[in-house]
Design a protein around this ligand. Structure first.
Ligand code: NDP
Length: 334
């Protein structure tokens, strides 16, 4: 508990979200994983994937679009290759269920390729990637995120989702370095938050329904599209992510799933790919120390903002004072 009235403790927030999810039909095991994930995002300041997303989870559950009681099938199809069918459940609980199988593959071979399909991923990648790094693993993940929203140059309609990609590595005697970003100029969640606040976005963020640049989030979200990061280079990253997270896993491409989702359902049943590596297997015992030297060099050269710095600072403050209670959190208790 926290004594500050405009703050809530992490545990209380998890319990409140869990209760909502269970009320909408999620099993206690699924609710625990999703609630912890949402509260973790909120605590660390990834507000686009924190409590803001709870209503979307509830809509998908209430409409029967996602199965909150699904138990994943886990097939080890090669010593390092784990295929997971989420049976229309959520991705994070399916990944959690596969935890012992993933650990076994890493112990046996030093690598785990984790291919999820029939799974809804509605959150940030970093909470799961950071957990791998805290266990001493290097990890990367990518998602066919399911909402057709991104228009590369030359295309006349959205063809990609915001296709996030994340990477995490342990670092000697420091928190892991973890970055995680959409391969679009802005995540769909942030764009929705700015729309709700009535704010404009920078030129280059997206286009309206005629294909013209616009600074109005409404025009981008209603019939227009978001631009990839870095022009054709971001578009090609999205191509790779869709190919691996949907094509390789056997999940649905974003362009297939978007049309399928019923009105009012906010999550998407697609696919996700994670690759996890035990760095010690590379014969490089000094890996952690080498990464530390590299990160220290970057800070020394002036790149003193590293990915994770903002989140870890928010986390430390939340541990001391609790998580700030936003209007979105207040609305959840109404
Ligand atoms: P952000 O721009 O918020 O953050 C990108 C990353 O860059 C973060 O790891 C951040 O670290 C780091 N970073 C930010 N500024 C700097 C800097 N100056 N120097 C070095 N590193 C920096 O990402 P997005 O808005 O694109 O995405 C937000 C979240 O949305 C992601 O977690 C993503 O997974 C999620 N998402 C999920 C989707 C889904 O369908 N499930 C779809 C699209 C996005 P820090 O965390 O410390 O700020």
């Amino acid at each position: 508990m926290t004594n500050e009235p405009d703050r809530i403790s992490f545990d209380d927030l998890v319990s409140a979200i869990e209760a909502k999810l269970i009320g909408a039909g999620a099993s206690p095991a699924v609710a625990e994983v999703l609630a912890t994930n949402c509260a973790t995002c909120e605590r660390d300041g990834t507000l686009s994937h924190g409590v803001f997303r709870v209503a979307g989870y509830l809509d998908s559950l209430n409409r029967g679009w996602a199965d909150g009681t699904a138990e994943a099938s886990i097939d080890v199809v090669g010593p390092s290759y784990i295929r997971i069918d989420g049976h229309n459940g959520f991705a994070q609980p399916a990944l959690a269920e596969a935890g012992p199988t993933i650990d076994q593959a890493l112990d046996d071979t030093g690598v785990a390729v984790i291919a999820l399909r029939n799974t809804h991923h509605f959150s940030a990648l970093w909470p799961d990637l950071e957990a791998f790094a805290r266990d001493g693993r290097v990890a990367m993940g990518m998602i066919a995120s399911g909402k057709l929203a991104v228009v590369p140059e030359g295309a006349t309609r959205p063809v990609f989702s915001t296709n996030p990609f994340g990477f995490a590595t342990p670092v000697a005697e420091a928190d892991p370095i973890v970055f995680d970003f959409s391969t679009s100029s802005m995540s769909h969640g942030d764009l929705q938050l700015l729309r709700a606040e009535g704010q404009d976005v920078p030129v280059g963020t997206g286009v309206d329904s005629t294909g013209a640049d616009t600074t109005d989030p409404n025009a981008i979200l209603d019939g227009g599209g978001i631009r990839p990061i870095g022009g054709h280079k971001g578009a090609l990253l999205s191509f790779m992510i869709e190919t691996l997270a949907a094509g390789l896993t056997g999940g649905a491409f974003t362009y297939e799933v978007d049309a399928e989702a019923p009105e009012g359902a906010h999550t998407f049943r697609t696919g996700q790919l994670f690759i996890v590596i035990d760095p010690e297997r590379g014969g490089n015992d000094a890996y952690l120390a080498r990464v530390r030297e590299f990160v220290d060099m970057l800070r020394d050269a002036g790149m003193d903002r590293q990915p994770g710095d903002r989140r870890y600072a928010n986390r430390a403050e939340a541990a001391e004072r609790g998580i700030p209670v936003t209007d979105t959190i207040r609305a959840m208790f109404d």
